[in-house]
Design a protein around this ligand. Structure first.
Ligand code: FES
Length: 652
């Protein structure tokens, strides 16, 4: 029997035209009519929801709801409840009027500080005076790319009763345009209806006969400036690569009305725009605004609403998404790539080599900030072209050369093997511009640096800067044994008695006392940690236990790699009654894909949660940095995690 597709005609049409139908089909397996068990506690932790609704004229609106702890909950996998007594945003928002005429809504639960998110489409009904229930029709994880991390704190819950009234209008003001042009994020609302033709005039003629089928709320992000206001009334947005499902563009394909909401995080304003949307295919894109898709969409604004948030709401930008595309200012796109020559290679330990890279043309190299990495292009022996990311460890104040350190991973995906075996002094390396998703923010307080193994590379660049600027810091460096302490002398000379070293084997082992370090950290300090997934997960767990705010923990994992100790696993798929043999050298995900088992995935690094799968039995060995403690009891990210034993049964 064929599986019915979870996509409607508009989505299928856009997927086909973008040539991403097969990826969409694969990722569509994540769409369920129930909320997965692991997402139920996640919903209850949220202070913010993004909701899409449709008004009596069939105009689409997307709204932001913010509430005190407990304002939203999922009492069971089929429903979500909103308690309006805990709401901090204004109940004069158009959402509350719209749901009286159209019960279909789209909902996005998104935690910006962790980039975790869940999309739900369904119908809303009023339970009593203060409680509304959403009956779930579709639930699925949203694409985490392009989400800027922001903490949201609600200092002292306060009534929204004394907030200024909602402002409305048709023409954007200069202030609105300024907000839009500087935005790094927005949310988009769209709808699918019984009307499936994008001819605007026909829509107007038959507005009353149109049956609303579903709504959707989604996130969009990029570096400030990614949204253009092209004629004072029309916004143009690049459509970057996402999860290939095209829920928003698919809706626009069928029903050309949509809505966008911007949050003015500084001034605590919300700007909602409602208008007509249009997809622009195969556009001339000389500066690569679309990061290769050559696809834009526009929203011609018909109406706007501006509301004010209570001043109890505090947002803080933590970092930009590492996936945000950068526009090429020079129309010659070659500026995006760097041709580098290997000037020096040094064996730093048995498995780690240091490479010093200079410009092939003898020029100064583009500046970077500590925490940045170089995306290096590699041609694997299989003929496959891949990108591997290596942290820059040289001083960010010296742009005559870059230095990276590469650890040989015998069980890895081939990148480190290629670099160790094929790259010699004089070789040419092609790389993208330095990118930074782990920036050392200019915090005035104390900084704690923690590195595990090869995770020292971005930390070393941070250490150089903190030391040069004479800022308050301490550094903790853990390795398996003393022979693996690369840059030992450099760290000692930069940090002196602020440096502590730990090793788990060899003479006089001393383990990293993570809990003690975090417990005794001054209240204003920030922790930057880079190392294996289990080290980062310990820090994340402690953050929760010690009541640290999310904004104080900054981490980067160098990805979970296979280890020489990995064993073969028999993975039993309960629903399809199959047993998949996973070799020690492959991931569970790779074995599933090879066996044509449909499973959604994206990052393949244990970071996005797309491949999280319910465990029926067996003991998982978690290597991801996505799932939290509660979720780990029930789910496994099959792209990186394995089993402690030789058997695992999954709900597939
Ligand atoms: S694919 Fe991203 S966590 Fe597995």
């Amino acid at each position: 029997m064929n599986n019915p597709t979870p996509f409607h005609s508009g989505e299928l049409k856009v997927q086909q035209r973008a040539k991403e139908a097969s990826i969409a089909q694969r990722n569509g397996t994540a769409i369920s009519h129930l909320i997965i068990p692991g997402a139920i506690p996640f919903i209850a932790q949220q202070n913010m929801l993004v909701v899409t609704s449709v008004d009596h004229r069939k105009k689409v609106w997307v709204s932001i709801l913010i509430g005190d702890a407990g304002f939203v909950s999922a009492p069971d996998p089929e429903s979500i409840v909103i308690d309006t007594t805990k709401l901090l945003t204004q109940q004069s928002d158009i959402f509350w009027r719209n749901i009286k005429v159209n019960a279909q809504i789209g909902l996005l639960a998104i935690e910006l500080s962790t980039r975790r998110r869940l999309r739900v489409n369904g119908t809303i009904s009023q339970l009593n005076q203060t409680r509304f229930k959403i009956n779930v029709e579709q639930a699925f994880p949203n694409c985490p790319k392009y989400i800027q991390r922001r903490s949201l704190d609600i200092s002292s819950p306060k009534s929204s009763a004394d907030l200024p009234p909602v402002l409305t209008g048709h023409y954007l003001t200069n202030k609105h345009i300024e907000l839009i042009q500087n935005a790094d994020s927005f949310f988009v609302g769209s709808a699918n209806t019984s009307f499936s033709n994008s001819d605007n005039k026909k829509v107007e003629r038959s507005q009353n006969q149109i049956e609303l089928l579903s709504c959707d709320a989604s996130h969009r992000g990029g570096f400030p400036g990614f949204v253009e206001v092209i004629d004072g009334k029309t916004l143009r947005i690049p459509d970057y690569r996402g999860n290939s499902m095209f829920n928003t563009l698919g809706n626009i394909e069928n029903f050309p009305f949509a809505s966008i909401v911007f949050i003015d995080f500084e001034n605590l304003k919300i700007l909602q725009l409602s208008g007509r949307a249009k997809i622009l295919w195969d556009q001339h894109d000389p500066t690569d605004k679309t990061a290769g898709t050559r696809r834009f969409w526009t929203l011609a604004v018909d109406d706007w609403q501006e509301t004010t948030l209570p001043d109890a709401v505090n947002w803080k930008l933590l970092d930009y998404s590492p996936h945000n595309p950068r526009e090429t200012k020079n129309t010659q796109q070659t500026i995006r790539r760097l041709e580098l020559k290997v000037e020096k290679i040094e064996q730093k330990s048995k498995r780690v080599k240091l490479f010093r890279l200079v410009s092939q043309k003898g020029e100064l190299l583009p500046a970077f900030e500590p925490g940045a990495h170089l995306p290096i292009e590699i041609n694997l022996s299989t003929g496959e072209k891949v990108k591997r990311h290596y942290s820059l460890l040289s001083s960010s104040h010296d742009n005559r050369f870059y230095e990276i350190a590469v650890q040989l991973e015998a069980q890895g995906r081939g990148g480190s093997m290629f670099i160790h075996q094929q790259i010699t002094v004089g070789s040419t390396i092609t790389s993208g511009q330095p990118q930074n998703n782990f920036p050392l923010s200019p915090i005035s307080g104390h900084t704690i640096l923690i590195a595990g193994g090869i995770g020292i590379t971005p930390i070393l660049s941070m250490l150089r800067k903190l030391s040069e600027e004479k800022r308050s810091f301490e550094i903790h460096y853990a390795a398996r044994n003393p022979s693996e302490f690369i840059f030992f002398k450099t760290i000692n000379s930069l940090a002196g008695d602020k440096a502590s070293f730990y090793h788990s084997s060899g003479p006089s082992p001393k383990r990293l006392p993570l809990q003690k370090i975090m417990e005794s950290a001054p209240g204003h300090s920030h922790l930057f940690i880079c190392g294996p997934a289990r080290m980062i997960n310990s820090a994340r767990t402690l953050t929760e236990g010690l009541n640290w705010s999310h904004s104080r923990l900054h981490f980067e994992s160098f990805g979970a790699t296979n280890s020489a100790d990995d064993k073969a696993i028999d993975v039993t798929l309960k629903k399809s009654a199959r047993v998949i043999k996973v070799k020690p050298t492959e991931t569970i995900l790779d074995a599933l894909i090879k066996s044509n088992v449909p499973i959604p995935f994206d990052c393949k690094r244990g970071e996005c949660g797309m491949c999280a799968t319910k465990i029926i039995s067996g003991q998982p060995e978690h290597r991801d940095i996505y799932l939290n403690q509660d979720e780990r009891a029930q789910q496994i990210c099959v792209c990186v995690s394995r089993a402690k034993g030789s058997q695992l049964t999954l709900d597939l």
